[in-house]
Every structure is written in C-alpha cells, then in structure tokens.
Design a protein around this ligand. Structure first.
Ligand code: AMP
Ligand code: MG
Length: 313
C-alpha cells in the first residue's frame, strides 16, 4: 500500500525530514501504533489534536531516546531514576514536573505543570528519536475514544487517506498502552498497563495504589469512555446472547460461530496482544453487541479489564 513504508535507512530519513517540517507521521511502538509529531512545535501538536479529534484537555505523552535528553524538559528525582533504571526503555510513562524553560509546547501537556514522559523500546522509533533535535509527542494513532491500532492496517482503518506516511513495524508486541505512573505529588498509577503495580511497588519499596476516581486536575485525560468499538459491550458474561460476538479466554472455549478466544492457553500476555485486534475485527464484521467473559484480574489482566470497562462505558 502506498502510504506504508518499510523500515530502511532511506525511509527513516524521509520520516525525519517530515517531522522536521512539523508534519505528522505514524510510527510503531511496542505498545500500540502512534501519531508522532515534534513536541516543541505548536503547529505539530495542533495537527495531532485535530487528526485525533482529541479533547484539548487530554495531554500527550512525550517520547525520548534516553535520560539525558529529558533533563532539559523535566525535573528528575530519585523515584524516577530507580524506575527508569529498571523499566526504561519500555512501556512505562512517568508524570514529572515540567521545567519552566522547557521548549515542550504548552498545547502538548494541556497547560499543566507536569509532562508525561516515556522511553519507547521499539527499535524503529528509537532509531528515529536518536537523530532528531526534539522529542516526539506520540499518542495512539486512533480517533479519540476509539480502539487503538496494533498494526498498519488498523491505522488505515482509523484514518484512511488522511495519513500520508506510516512506518511499518509489524504487529505491536504488547498491544496495550503504557502504564502511567504519577511521580509529582502522590505516587500513584493513573493508567494500568503491562508493568504492574506490584513491579513498581517493589522497586520503590513502597505500597502504591491505582487511581480509581478520576480527578480532573491530576489526570484530565483519563476519560471514562475510551477504547470503544462503537457498539454495546457487556462484561462478566457467563454465556453468549443471541447475535452477540462473544469474547472468551481459556481452554474451555473454542473459536468460531461468533466466539473469539483471546488466548486458548489462558495466557494473559497473549490476550492483551489480541484484545484490540479482536475488538476491531468484531466491529468490522458489523456485530451489534459484544459479550465478554470474566478475565482474571491479575498482572496484565488488570490493564485488560481497565480497557474493557472503558470500552463498555
Ligand atoms: P495516549 O496518548 O492515548 O496514550 O494517552 C496518554 C495518557 O497519559 C492519557 O491518559 C493522559 O491523561 C495521560 N497523561 C498525559 N500527560 C499527563 C499529565 N501531565 N498528567 C497526567 N496524566 C497525563
Ligand atoms: Mg490513546
């Protein structure tokens, strides 16, 4: 397809040129595919919000290559350093206090005193970041509140011809958005992801909680309805209703006849990887509703249930 570009030195250069001119491109990451733009440029950030139809109060995650490149934009404390050493590069996003003289566009962090920072692990996006003079704002490459894309075809499903340049990185390894941890003020998980509360607590040697009630000030973007396939989703179902698509988990169930198994072997990581792909497939098959069985609420299952709850809202 025309606007999909293979990973090659030539195409990476093309991507860099586009970003330097404040254009928006799509990049793969280990979590999901993202819309990438120059985080220092107001015009780039405006384009991202417009493309996604994202509410301006929902701030973006700024992606960096390493700890040195983030120093000029945010204050780094001991908790951050400990977590960084253990989990970065990888699917963990840190909320840090923004420096006054940071060049990050105020539109990117919804004018808050903090910024969200991540160091992606995916080799392609790392190669891209390495030779740029600015960090990249990269939200998921979907229309706001819809299902996140895990491959190039999903991106086209979301945006059609509006996106001119997609770097192909195959299927996203993790398939769910990063864990977001707040480090400015109360240490707390704002969004569960593949790095669990337990893992973070162990490194900080401190019990932490997952944010339950959405607080407008600390986390304006954690909107209740999200990851939505656009049809009713019913959770914790014991059996399939008439004409519904049935999302199941574990060896008790078989695929076919409207039944979609996230992992026959009962592997939660596999289920996470397949969740968005399955929701998108069901949406495109024009089912009118979705039933979902109970998914174990441990490890990455907590993040799966978080996304399902928001899809059902
Ligand atoms: P997405 O870009 O779709 O992966 O979503 C980014 C998530 O990070 C949203 O849930 C935002 O609310 C959250 N986020 C980004 N910046 C901040 C910030 N400064 N404070 C709190 N949450 C943030
Ligand atoms: Mg998103």
């Amino acid at each position: 397809m025309k606007n999909i570009y293979k990973n090659s030195p030539k195409n990476l250069n093309k991507a860099k040129k586009l970003l330097r001119k404040n254009n928006i491109i799509v990049v793969p990451t280990e979590t999901v595919y993202g819309l990438a733009g120059n985080a220092y440029s107001n015009s780039s950030i405006k384009k991202i919000y417009k493309l996604k139809k994202r509410p301006k109060i929902n701030p973006l995650i700024i992606h960096y290559n390493n700890i040195h490149s983030v120093k000029k934009d945010a204050y780094l404390d001991e908790k951050f350093i400990k977590l960084y050493k253990k989990f970065s590069p990888g699917p963990l996003t840190y909320i840090l206090k923004k420096k006054k003289n940071s060049k990050i566009s105020m539109l990117a962090n919804a004018n808050l005193e903090t910024i969200a920072v991540r160091f992606p692990k995916n080799k392609i996006v790392r190669d891209l970041l390495q030779n740029l003079e600015f960090p990249l704002a990269i939200p998921s490459a979907n229309i706001s509140s819809a299902i996140s894309p895990v491959n190039c075809v999903d991106v086209l499903d979301e945006f059609g011809k509006k996106i001119k340049f997609i770097l192909d990185g195959g299927t996203a390894k993790i398939g769910l958005e990063s864990t977001v941890v707040n480090l400015h003020g109360k240490t707390q998980i704002l969004r569960p992801g593949s790095i669990s509360k337990k893992q973070i607590s162990q490194v900080l040697k401190k019990k932490i909680s997952i944010l339950k009630k959405i607080n407008k000030i600390t986390s304006p973007g954690l909107l209740k309805r999200h990851y939505s396939p656009g049809i009713p989703v019913k959770l914790n179902c014991k059996k399939k209703e008439d004409k519904a698509a049935f999302i199941v988990f574990g060896k008790k169930y078989r695929n076919g006849n409207g039944v979609f198994n996230l992992s026959k072997s009962g592997n939660l990581k596999e289920a996470a990887r397949k969740l968005y792909k399955t929701l998108r497939k069901i949406k495109n098959l024009k089912y009118k509703k979705i039933n979902v069985v109970k998914i174990p609420n441990s490890k990455i299952g907590i993040a799966i249930n978080d996304r399902l709850k928001k899809a059902a809202y």
